[in-house]
Write a protein of this length. Structure first.
Length: 133
């Protein structure tokens, strides 16, 4: 089985872009996708992963295309959590979706995508454009 980790943030359009990019690939093996959301800070509202719109959008698209999906959540520093989960799953592929940021914004706020790209030895599929409905 081909294991794919799809970490998504709060943006449904980026999550859908990740899911669509995967379903557009000519994957010939059985594929299992773990859609992951990392809650940062305190989750005072007590939300769970299935309540996050971006997670639901990615899951629905993947399942509509016959792909088995598991939802997972964690809390902490997103890049660290993603890298750890990729190791635990022994993921064959990670998909990421970036957002447009100025160079100053990247310097001040960092980049989860950049930290994941630099911190893994696994293949990473980077989705740069949000798909249109």
């Amino acid at each position: 089985m081909y294991e794919v980790l799809v970490p998504v943030d709060d943006a449904p359009d980026r999550a859908l872009a990740q899911a669509r990019t995967l379903t557009d690939l000519p994957l010939e093996e059985d594929v299992h996708v773990t859609v992951m959301h990392v809650f940062t800070g305190e989750n005072v509202a007590g939300a769970n992963v299935s309540q996050v719109a971006s997670v639901r959008r990615a899951r629905d698209h993947l399942e509509d295309h016959g792909i088995e999906v598991t939802l997972e959540e964690s809390s902490g520093v997103p890049a660290e959590e993603i890298l750890e989960r990729a190791r635990e799953l022994d993921a064959d592929l990670l998909t990421l979706a970036g957002r447009q940021r100025s160079p100053a914004g990247k310097l001040l706020m960092g980049s989860v995508s950049q930290d994941v790209l630099l911190g893994t030895d696994r293949p990473v599929l980077f989705c740069t454009k949000a798909s249109e409905e």
